[in-house]
Each structure stands twice: as structure tokens, then as C-alpha cells.
Write a protein of this length. Sequence first.
Length: 264
Amino acid sequence: MNTLSFKPREMIRHGNYCALVQRKSFSRTVAIRVEPNGSIVVTGSKTNRLKGLGEYFVTHLDWVKDGIRKAEDLGDQFPPFIWKFGGYVPFLGEFCEIRRGSHKLKYIEWSEGVFWVSFPNSTPSQACFRNLFRSYYEKVARSFLRSRLEIFSKQMQVSPKRISFRSQKTRWGSCSSEGNISLNWKIIAAPKEVIDYLVVHELAHLRFMDHSENFWNFVEEFSPRNKVCRRWLSANQYAFDFLETYSELHSCRLPFTALRKSKV
Ligand SMILES: [Zn+2]
């Protein structure tokens, strides 16, 4: 049975800096990372002493400061997203205006680059806006991605066994050795060319499971501008943050409470 319990997290403090400690039983080395929201995490094994982890943190302080600066730049580049009428959201690579619709109930429609949106409440919360758009994006993505998969699988003469849709934070797609393809529905916010590249990339894995030269040559046949699309994806990794329930860039920098699931 899953229960919730309060368990204080281990922390390392040094001057104005505070790092969370993550212990993994399989971890052999000590490592440090700065997350996109600026949180500092020190990872070690279950047996590493807190003092030793703290010393490691202090000796890498310059690196940490640099990481925090980069996280702050990222936060400036992609400021917190505010859902509102008159605002703009990316959809199929275009910024579309959100306008107030005339329906009495919750409603969303996309027409000629404009989202017409209605809520029963005249001042919907950020969560109401986001959830409505998330479900609309997912619905459109499922049918759009399926049709692109169908078109490209014919051209490439490959056939996936099963297709599923997910919404991971850091992965756009995957192809298993059994031939199952999974795509991240949030890609529907990206330009069509980038969506097609992702579809081609995953389908190409049905022929080549690695990222070998043969793989990329195969991709290039059906997505000639794949390099541009890959660059676009890495430069815009956080442009999809507006769809996240918990922003990766602007969520709390330090855990206010440590609510954890523990198995009993
Ligand atoms: Zn791949």
C-alpha cells in the first residue's frame, strides 16, 4: 500500500548555496548537477558520508555558479508562461492568438491560426487554461501523428507494431526492439517539418536500431533538412514548458516540504 510520509531531505548548505542530496544504491561515483530551474543536486551512493559529499560540493562551487548562471539565462529566454485571452501559444510551429469564444460551456476550437476558447467561468485559472489546451493538443497530436506515421511508413517501407503517445519531459520519441514506436504528443507545438523529422527518425529505427551512418543516411532520404530540425529541437527544448503542469524552468528552486511516497 502506498502511503505518504514526511521525510526530511538531506541537504548541503554552503554560504548562500543549498544543494539537495540524492542517494542511489547503484551509484559508484559522486556527481553534481544544476537543474534547469537552478536547483543543485549532489548524487552519491548510500554509503557516501554527507561530509564527503559536502566537500565535493565546495570544490566544485565555481562550476555550480556557472551552471546557475546558465539556468538563469534559460529562465530569461523562456519566461514564465501566462495563460490569458489575447496571449499567444505555439501550435504546429505558429504562434496562435487565444480569443474568447461565445460558448457557455468549456470549449476550444482552432481556426485559421486562432484559438477560440470558452469557459463557464469568466476568469478561468491558469490550470483550467492549461488543462484545456493540453487535452486539445493531445487529441490533435494523436490523429496528426498517426497520419504522418502512416504516410512515412509507406514511403520508407517499414511498419511499426504498436504506436503509443506519451508526454515525457525530455524525450521526443522512442522505438523499441520489438518495433513499438512511442511519440511525445507535445511535439504538435513544433513546426510541421520538425514533426515529420521526428516521425522519420523513429521509423528509421525499425531498419537501424542505432545512430550509425546508415541510419542517418536513411533519415536523410525522407527528411533532407534533418540537421536543421535537430538544431531547432535542441534550441527549443524548453519552448514546450508552457504545457507543463510543473514548469521545469520556473518551479520552486528548493523543496518547501519533502512529500514522498514510501512503500509499506
Ligand atoms: Zn534515435
